[in-house]
Design a protein around this ligand. Sequence first.
Ligand code: PEP
Length: 249
Amino acid sequence: MARKPILAGNWKMHGSTAEATALAGGLAASVGAHEDRGVILAPPFTALATVLQAVRGTRIVVAAQNMHFEDKGAFTGEISPAMLADLGVDHVILGHSERRELFGENDEVVNKKVTSALAHGMTAILCVGETLAQRDAGDTLNVIGRQVEGGLRGVGADQADRVILAYEPVWAIGTGRVATPEQAQEVHAAIRSTLGRLGLPGDDIAILYGGSVKPDNVDGLMACADIDGALVGGASLDVESFTRIVDFQ
Ligand code: PEP
């Protein structure tokens, strides 16, 4: 089955509602009608409603950047899958390295979030990635294998159409140091075979690359057989640069 390219923008903790509206509105006009590739925007929680409004009637999908795995309860400061569904958000980024590193999320927590998102009918964008020390130690494929397996524990083949993977080497995120297409391709191919080993249809699951993707390097990355798209941080905050990334050659 041919995998459709997916270009996702992770806005992180950036933007007022006015800025989010302008950015989403600009992208709705430039890439909102694309049918041959998926476009996902992940604004901060505070801008989800306004971005949903700005992209209404286009093909752009809106994602949250995180969520709690419980439906409700005494979890001050958290947002539940039911709350996201109530807004009309059905995609969520989970296990981003900033959540893992800065907020202590491990594979067990990430797995609870993934299974909760899927149980709520949402699409989970599961992020995995090795640190520079792990790469230098030659441990990249082991680390990624563990994260993929840990994150997807209990996920069935019948849920695979709502799973997206994102390989994001930690050393490439926000650093301007992008993985070479060869480095990324090697890991993507390994992830695809891990998915197969887990009984999931690896050939049908989109695997995005993330880490300093820019207009000037996206084409080389997208030329790789197992790279199905990009998860973009910094360069997704500007209409022109994210449009160029979505319109990769
Ligand atoms: C990210 O945060 O997912 C990311 C890849 O950021 P950047 O593109 O800025 O490296």
